[in-house]
Design a protein around this ligand. Sequence first.
Ligand code: DOR
Ligand code: ZN
Ligand code: ZN
Length: 446
Amino acid sequence: MTIDLILTNAKAYVNDRIVDCSLAIDQGKIFKIGRESNMPKTETKIDLKNLLVLPGLIDVHVHLRDQGKEYKEDFYSGTAAAAAGGITTVLDMPNNKPVTMSVEALRKRVKIAERKILVNVGFYSEFPKNITETEEIIREGAVAFKLYMAEQIGGLNIDDDHKLLETFKMVSKLKVPVAVHAEDKTTLKRVEEEYKRANCNDIDAFLCAHSEKVELTAVKRLLSIAKQTNVHIHFCHISTRNGLKAIVDAKKSGMTTTCETTANHLFLSVEDLRKIGTLALTMPPIREKHHIVALWNGIKNNFIDILASDHAPHTLDEKKAESIWDVKVGTPGLETTLPLLLTKVKHGQLSITDVVRLMVKKPSEVFKLKGRGCLKEGNIADLVVVDLDMKYKVDATKFHSKAKYSPFDGWNVEGKPVKTFVGGRLIMDEGEIIGEAGNGEIVRRE
Ligand code: DOR
Ligand code: ZN
Ligand code: ZN
């Protein structure tokens, strides 16, 4: 018997340890992990020269755009950016044009994606107008719902606690998480309108509107509604000490709730935002130092479950409007997240186990992605090969994303994804995309 591919001389992250081994890959799956002498026959071998092999990263918070927002990013460019960043599965957010909030919209989006994706893609849906359609949307394959609390994007009236409760009850039966953008619309808009009336259009005005309180109010409100049901709320991009604390308290009380943060919120502070300007503007915004300390503590104590990029590409023009209120918020993050984390590993401030927990294991558990989440025989052969010794400068002009800017542009990083395998196929090699569009798989809720 001959098999498709053997990767030799790997230092692979297997069973929470780094082991010297070879990996045999056949029909898109990991066939065997062991000594080279015990491997089956093959015609194709790749010598990994003792580089580290991790299970492919899963980025649960990505805006791939395409359709009416193709000029910002499309399925090909976005998944090429993922591949370059060592990410083999992304979950796509629903604030698209048209919004993903119906069976038809989801079906159409999947159909367009199928031909274009290089890595695996799963889809979020916003809530439909008619909550009885929630079940059909999950049956169609959406992996989770997204609930945007900063303004209404889907069909659910976010001002109505009773409707939220009814919806959470419904979703708890479907056993999918609800991922929430926790910024309270009422608190946020009140201040935003005040500043707009007073003609305050700068970064400080934006920071006052998107205050710490805006996050905490949304977190508390959602937790108190969710508590009356068994729904699993997953909090996206948590950015504040007290927001995190409220979630940790809820976890301790026995609620099923999880949270994520992003590299922006861990690596940048308001001083960086003031220095870099609107290019670094995100929602929620990056914060003062004491929040950053709290987030890193949250990672150390396993309070933060997931790290995601919140890859939110816009054009350079859109990032540079006159008034802060017209600037499009969000930054690309697919190509910087892993290198930033590996730099922390290199400096002894984070372990490889932390990286795998935050970007592979927990994402696969929270979103129930079968066959992914660790390197083991029988699992899908999504892997990333990492060179921990490679030192380089982030150069956003070289991004595969259409968004060729980054708050981390020019940063010195250490550790680079050098090969990305999706379903056993090498799709990125030394920064170059060599896979074919359509190589990725659509990840469906089973
Ligand atoms: O920074 C952000 N960008 N936050 C959001 O909530 C939306 C996102 C986007 O789609 O650009
Ligand atoms: Zn968000
Ligand atoms: Zn987002």
